[in-house]
Design a protein around this ligand. Structure first.
Ligand code: NAP
Length: 415
């Protein structure tokens, strides 16, 4: 096995006249997917990109000359045209990509956290240094949704983007809905299958979705949405009884992101949401993703597919490499302003499951129905302002840390 790996790397490393030399930072899931993807292109006789260096951590052994533990080897190698970052995390990924740009190398990344925090600066630097900065795989894994948004935004006004953009939590919700698992068992299965990390916080508390929402909104609307202004509800306090409550009402819970352009600017939410069991979101099974874009001329366009995984993600990275070799340079230009989402004028109905003591603190004039369940009290609200609701949730969470809150979709999908 080890020998085969060495042969593959040596094969990829061999320099062909026409292939563009790239360096890969990291050698994990995504990086290995890209290595395999480029190998399959080569097998088809169309090798356009050749891996010249693979950066490993300083303390790792280097079994083949293609590996290096020195970022300077990559930065100083004039033959390397493109640096592909697949290490994850903000640091040192940011410093490495910044240095690559200053060394006049094009950069591609699949790192949503990095782009969400430092995308504006990297885009500005790339523009100043006349090199490319692409990050298609950072949102949607293998689904070409950022490229779709970029192309659409050049011709039309995008009005709304929404969808299921986290495969791990969709796997969990689907397992709870169709296989009656409780949250803990569904999460455990997701971890065993490699869909969820050992520490699932980023997925189940919506931070992964926060990064994705910001990036997709920036590409679609040309503006960064301030992360503090995005209304984000976590998923991890959900219980089997919550799923059951909605099942009896022909509804299914999905973890949805939504950004909507309106007269005041933008609405931006990340919330568990009860949707009709007959609607398209409820049909998205296992770890698949759904992405919906509504624009003024094309109307609704929907993309469905694998939002993660080594090979689908490598496909999106490869398309970025191809864009660079065709002379394309940017997905955003680095001059996008940051503005706050205004969720005050969006009114939604909510399901709130909480302890009897906490329920007493909730203003009953906002409640249409109350239920006593095995898990506690369930309150269903009238349509209330999202901002108002989030202020109440902050207060209630101090009293009941296990509170579960979920928006209720009233407009049927497709209407
Ligand atoms: N996996 C997916 O399906 C997917 C899809 C879309 C986007 N992404 C994004 O792509 C990025 C990579 O994800 P992944 O799943 O491939 O992660 P991964 O499997 O953990 O791979 C990352 C690799 O980079 C290495 N690394 C970390 N810091 C490094 C450093 N300073 N120098 C050299 N190597 C370093 C890690 O080594 P250690 O293991 O020793 O730390 C690991 O081998 C993340 O930003 C992720 O969000 C992933």
């Amino acid at each position: 096995m080890f020998q085969i790996r060495l042969q593959v790397f040596s094969y990829l490393r061999r320099k062909e006249g026409h292939a563009v030399d790239i360096a890969l930072l990291g050698n994990g899931t995504v990086a290995k997917g890209l290595i395999s993807h480029l190998q399959s292109q080569k097998n088809k006789g169309c090798e356009l990109f050749s891996i010249r260096h693979i950066l490993l951590k300083p303390d790792e052994s280097l079994p083949d000359p293609v590996f290096t533990s020195s970022i300077d080897t990559i930065l100083n190698d004039k033959d390397v045209s493109i640096v592909v970052e697949a290490m994850g995390g903000r640091h040192p990924a940011f410093e490495y990509l910044k240095a690559a740009i200053l060394s006049k190398k094009h950069v591609v990344t699949s790192n949503k956290e990095l782009v969400s925090f430092h995308g504006a600066e990297l885009a500005r630097l790339a523009q100043e240094n006349q090199v490319a900065f692409f990050f298609s795989a950072a949102v949607g894994g293998g689904i070409p949704l950022l490229a779709y948004l970029r192309d659409t935004a050049q011709q039309e006004t995008i009005l709304e983007i929404t969808g299921i953009l986290n495969g791990t939590t969709n796997f969990i919700l689907d397992a709870m809905t169709r296989r009656n698992l409780d949250f803990k068992d569904a999460l455990y299965q997701a971890q065993k299958l490699g869909y969820a990390e050992a520490d699932p916080t980023n997925d189940v508390e919506g931070f992964d979705l926060l990064y994705k929402l910001r990036i997709a909104s920036c590409v679609a609307f040309g503006q960064w949405i301030d992360k503090e202004s995005i209304a984000r509800l976590p998923l991890h306090t959900i219980a089997a009884g919550d799923i059951e409550f909605f099942r009896k009402r022909d509804m299914t819970i999905r973890y949805l992101v939504n950004t909507l352009r309106n007269d005041n600017g933008f609405v931006a939410t990340i919330q568990p949401t009860a949707v009709s069991s007959n609607g398209i979101s409820a049909q998205i099974q296992r770890n698949n993703n759904l992405f919906l874009c509504r624009s003024d001329r094309s109307g609704e366009q929907i993309l469905v597919g694998q939002g993660a995984g080594a090979l689908p993600t490598a496909g999106n990275i490869h398309r970025d490499l191809q864009r660079i070799s065709k002379g394309e340079r940017m997905m955003i230009n680095g001059a996008e302003p940051t503005l706050s989402a205004d969720n005050g004028k969006l009114a939604l109905r909510y399901y709130i499951r909480l302890s009897p003591f906490a329920a007493e603190m909730f203003p009953m004039e906002k409640v249409t129905e109350t239920f006593e369940t095995d898990l506690g009290v369930v309150l269903i609200t009238h349509p209330v302002s999202v901002t108002w609701m989030f202020d109440r949730i902050d207060e209630l969470r101090v009293i009941d840390a296990r509170i579960f809150v979920c928006a209720i979709q009233t407009v049927k999908e497709g209407e």
